[in-house]
Design a binder for this molecule. Structure first.
Ligand SMILES: [Zn+2]
Length: 410
């Protein structure tokens, strides 16, 4: 069989129909004017690559500009610092990179009404102390750093106790919680970077989960990813362009467990550690299926969710999303996944434009707007509508729920 590139295939089978493949009678009936017909004729059938297709909406709808949130915000999900070294998806060593200085962040926070940023990827050991001294201690009440597991030590027989002790030390150093990246379940292997994947509910982590519970440190846990990432990157994939831009985000190959297996392993951890509070990030990592997330929230009183980087999912089902917020108003925290200078991912670049989209989604009834500051919607080609939460729910989601979890006052 002749090899054809994905781009050629899409052009030939999908987008070609959009540019010039309309039946003549339909084009006439739809009231296209002659200028549009002429420009369609300028693109011979099948000649418009998907990446070049940037349709401008002709819809005339109300636009609300929300420059500041109605109540002070705790952004529960940000990455002000990151691991300096990552090998095969696993962070190695304590060293941190600082994505921005607090002096760069504070003016934006002040203008948008963001009271505090939770820096989830604060690291461990010396790296954590570095994050805390640059952020938490320098600007009291504006930054809170979380710690992360030391997967470097996973191969050691005494790892379970070492890791539990490291949590206690991190707590003494000022950490406000534990962050679990999707490393666990998708990248961490028995011998750190090779051999079989380690399961999320591996009992060697039990002392770590329990230490968080007894020290009242919430666990911010990211497992799995959008369910489309577990499907082949083909013309049926609704995240085709995103996966084409980031081929390493695909988990479609057989070496990875399924989304369902990952979420089940996570749920076994929630069940086994009822005294530990878990914040399942990215709407419980299953925003495409709010019924499933609701079923987990109903089963596990120690489960909460954030909404980071999932406005695209919530906002394309605004009525279901609104019901979800009404029902779980005490267990949803505001988060964005904001990463200063993270220009590769428009849906999480720290800045006023990003925050204003979140505020518009939560506070207004505006329809059909972009979920990310980008020319092409980066997480699927659609737009979103707002859910117009009540003042009391907004206040809980913006700050009260997070303040309770972090044990702070706003
Ligand atoms: Zn994140």
């Amino acid at each position: 069989m002749r090899q054809i590139s994905r781009r050629t295939m899409l052009t030939a089978t999908g987008m070609g129909a959009l540019s010039a493949g309309l039946p003549a009678a339909w084009a006439k009936d739809s009231g296209q004017d002659s200028a549009e017909q002429r420009s369609a004729e300028l693109s011979p059938k099948g000649s418009l690559p998907l990446a070049d297709y940037q349709p401008k909406s002709m819809l005339h709808v109300h636009e609300t500009h929300v420059s500041r949130s109605k109540y002070p915000v705790i952004d529960f999900h940000t990455h002000v610092t990151d691991s300096a070294r990552v090998v095969n998806g696993v962070a190695i060593g304590a060293a941190r990179v600082h994505n921005a200085t607090p002096e760069e962040l504070l003016p934006v926070m002040d203008r948008t009404n963001v009271r505090a940023m939770v820096n989830l990827t604060g690291g461990f050991g010396e790296g954590l102390r570095d994050s805390i001294s640059h952020l938490d201690r320098s600007y009291e009440g504006r930054f809170y750093s979380m710690t992360e597991p030391s997967y470097d030590l996973f191969g050691r027989p005494d790892y379970p106790q070492l890791q539990a002790d490291a949590i206690a030390q991190a707590h003494r150093d000022g950490a406000r919680g534990l962050k679990i990246l999707k490393t666990l379940g998708l990248f961490l292997r028995e011998h750190t970077t090779s051999s079989p994947l380690v399961k999320i509910d591996d009992p060697r982590f039990d002392p770590m989960w329990d230490a968080c519970g007894s020290l009242h440190l919430p666990v911010a846990i990211h497992v799995s990813d959008p369910v489309a990432f577990f499907r082949p990157t083909d013309r049926f994939n609704e995240r085709y362009e995103e996966l084409s831009n980031h081929p390493d985000w695909s988990f479609a190959s057989r070496e990875y467990p399924s989304n369902a297996e990952i979420l089940e392993a996570r749920n076994r951890v929630f069940a086994r550690h009822p005294k530990t509070q878990f914040v399942a990030l990215h709407v419980g990592n299953f925003a495409e299926n709010l019924e499933d997330v609701s079923a987990s929230l109903d089963r596990f009183p120690n489960m909460h969710v954030d909404i980071a980087a999932r406005l695209n999912e919530l906002g394309r089902q605004p009525r279901a999303a609104r019901r979800f917020f009404d029902r779980y108003q005490d267990r949803i925290v505001f988060g964005t996944d904001a990463t200063p200078h993270g220009d590769q991912f428009p849906q999480q670049v720290f800045g006023e434009a990003l925050y204003q989209i979140y505020f518009r989604f939560l506070e207004t009834a505006d329809e059909y707007f972009d979920y990310a500051p980008a020319a092409t919607p980066p997480q699927g080609r659609w737009r979103i509508s707002g859910i117009e939460l009540t003042g009391s729910i907004l206040n809980k989601v913006y700050n009260q729920n997070a303040a309770r979890l972090l044990n702070i006052t706003v």
